[in-house]
Design a protein around this ligand. Structure first.
Ligand code: COA
Length: 180
């Protein structure tokens, strides 16, 4: 996949992304908010990156200006709604690049891609209930609130977190497009 945005490109991951990938997956500010443990060795990072390349669920977010991977966005089949045509998104960004609108740009591109070029009818997205940055991205991208699952997940560090879930339907997307 390759999606060309204003400031970013969403594309397949490559092994030569390793250094950029390590820069953000080793960052203590990033993984814990998304529920994963920061990766502390380049060797492990290489294995994680290779696994994600094979899974075909995760894509690179490349900043055009710097030709650098600054984060990733994933499209999962394993969703809350249990039927075909549903996708769930996950995303993380190198903290040096936060609050510049890059993830909102990436999420909007993926929404466009899924509704315009695939048979997806609804996209889900969720965040830990205390992750206000992620909440804001999800709201800015036009998702509707579905509800909270209390004690949703037991994380690697022992935290038992609540999570909030949202969705956007193809009809929501088409309606919004008409008014843009
Ligand atoms: C969540 C994350 C991807 C956001 O990426 P980003 O590129 O900074 O997002 P954007 O710039 O598009 O939007 C961030 C919004 O959050 C707001 N924000 C930042 N810090 C905030 C806070 N503490 N409380 C509330 N809102 C906050 C920003 O002001 C901005 O909203 P605005 O445009 O209305 O001003 C990034 O912070 C990240 O990778 N976090 C760690 C991993 C993670 O949480 N992943 C999501 C798992 S569900």
């Amino acid at each position: 996949m390759r999606l060309n945005g204003e400031r970013i490109i969403i594309r397949d991951l490559h092994l030569n992304d390793l250094e950029d990938y390590f820069e953000y997956v080793s960052d203590e500010n990033v993984g814990p908010s998304a529920g994963w443990k920061p990766v502390k060795s380049l060797d492990i990072c290489k294995r994680v990156l290779s696994g994600n390349m094979l899974s075909k669920e995760m894509f690179a977010i490349e900043l055009k200006e710097e030709k650098k991977l600054i984060g990733t966005i994933s499209i999962y089949d394993n969703c809350i709604r249990k039927y075909k045509y549903v996708k769930q998104l996950g995303f993380s960004l190198n903290s040096k690049y936060w609050n510049k609108g890059y993830m909102s740009e990436a999420v909007k591109l993926i929404i466009m891609y899924l509704f315009e070029y695939t048979d997806t009818v609804v996209i889900e997205c969720g965040h830990h209930s205390d992750n206000y940055r992620s909440k804001r991205v999800i709201e800015k991208c036009g998702f509707n609130y579905d509800g909270r699952l209390c004690k949703y997940k037991l994380l690697y560090d022992g935290r038992l977190i609540d999570a909030d879930f949202y969705s956007i339907t193809k009809e929501d997307y088409e309606r919004r497009k008409r008014y843009e």
